[in-house]
Design a binder for this molecule. Sequence first.
Ligand code: HEM
Length: 202
Amino acid sequence: MATSKKIYFYPVWLRIWHGLNALGIVILIVTGISLQNIESSFIGFNSAINLHNISGVVVTLGYLIFFVGNIITNNSKYYIVKPKGFIKRPLKQIYYYMWGMFHNMKAPYPLSEKRKFNPLQKYFYIIVMYLVVPMVIITGFALLFPEIIIENVYNLSGVFVTAIFHSALGFFISIFLIIHLYVATIGKSPIDNFKSIFNGWH
Ligand code: HEM
């Protein structure tokens, strides 16, 4: 950040969504992995299924808070992408993460009241929140009610294709989470951003 002025970036509704989402997704990842390797799992099959389904519902309800909250508050302005510098701006941020930040370069896009996310972070948040999470929710509910899934896709079972797609999306979210946690440690101090998502103030 360019100055030490405090900015209220994370209103209560956003923190409630984020808390539900973070907890729910972590449980979904752990139980999802258990369901893939049920013989070596430390949770039984039934507990893993039940926990996975309940967390899926929690993440879905949380997602509604995020979606509606972003429509009715001005948080959505941070998710708007401008065509100017569409490729150049995130590339500049990648260069900073890979080289600049280890060589005392200044962050190319310091946060301010107008800019909560750097361009690369914004792209990732948009992809995850408006594409991957909705798709994982839709495929998850389809697997919960398999009778709504079409029977065959070419000569593969529709349930099988949906399950593969659902797992691949879950894998993407797991990788996103690892990167998200690492990037969140980049700040004035490694715990600064974590404090912000708890108390709202950056
Ligand atoms: C243990 C789990 C998690 C922790 C500790 C965590 C931590 C954080 C922190 C510190 C921030 C504020 C700084 C920043 O924007 O980088 C943040 C924001 C955010 N996180 Fe997470 N996160 C977690 C899980 C997730 C998951 C699973 C998702 C999505 C699937 C997610 C999506 C987001 C989004 C979209 C924001 C920005 C929200 C906004 O300001 O509009 N987080 N998270």
